[in-house]
Design a protein around this ligand. Sequence first.
Ligand code: NAD
Length: 351
Amino acid sequence: MQPFIYNALPSRVIFGFGTLIQVAEEIRTLGCSRALVLTTPQQRAAGEQLVAQLGELAVGLYDNATMHTPVEVTRDALGVVEQTRADCVVALGGGSTIGLGKAIALNTDLPQIVIPTTYAGSEATPIIGQTENGLKTTQRTLKVLPEVIIYDVDLTLSLPTQMTVTSGLNAIAHAVEALYAKDANPLISMLAEQGIAAIGRALPRIHANPNDSEARSDALFGAWACGTCLGAVGMSIHHKLCHTLGGSFDLPHAETHTVVLPHAAAYNAGAAPEAMARIARALGVDDAPRGLFDLAAKHGAPTNLAQIGMREADVPRAVEIACASPYWNPRPIEPAAIGELLDNAFNGNRP
Ligand code: NAD
């Protein structure tokens, strides 16, 4: 066994079907009584239902959560927190909604109950990414780690199939980078392999039948496992590239992860053979980067950056931004090779 250091994060996780009913009790357990419910315009109806369910425990609904956590939206939401004298936030939605809850917590220290409806995994991390003036920066602080996570598998049945596949690959990306992280440790690596395997098993089944509740349950468990990995150890080139493409070129989050992941894995394959072997084993394939590419391609997800809004002329600028302040990576960051990586992702070449 290699020497390692492991920091556990505090967390309370409720996982199951129909668990949404437990939100009121969790608000009271936190000692709170004035919850502001957060969601996106697209999930407004679900937010309204939750407000109605909470009765006098809810003081309002803020439904303008936006991808990549723009600081202007956070400022607007902070105004509503103040007006409503909310004493906790309840985030119902994907990573964008959870990101807004974290941004509010960063500014106010209010406790958060989060109810994830995608597989992005933000709920399990003390990480917040925020976008200001076209640049996305991330920080780690326990201030943003949600107090309570309520996973309700029923709420994920409505996640459209393509979003299910891309969000699942977003989760897998966390586990892939955890396996070759500088601070990797045996507990998180076990969880990473389990998380990849659970999502790898679930996606083909959900693609065939979006109402397959057992597969939905596997995928949501996988999302928690993979999010926990992201929360516990460092990120590398894959996340750096995705933060660059999302923050500076406004590419959609989960789709960007889906397209970049096989190429980031290929970039690191020679430097992280053990991680590649574990990813391949979890997916039941011979080659990790190709297995990741095929998981997307076979299930209708985008496989090239052009498809999701990237302009070829912007590739050199993306390389420059990503290489300017890189995260630690098992293979040294070589700008020319990162350029090749992004060219391959732009064109959708199978690794
Ligand atoms: P999202 O939250 O933007 O959701 C995408 C769309 O799907 C939204 O319109 C949303 O309302 C809708 N949706 C979500 N769940 C649904 C459901 N069950 N049924 C129907 N519609 C549903 O997308 P995302 O990929 O989950 O999150 C992306 C954001 O999360 C990015 O800003 C990213 O930076 C952040 N993120 C942060 C971390 C972290 O640790 N800080 C980790 C992962 C992602």
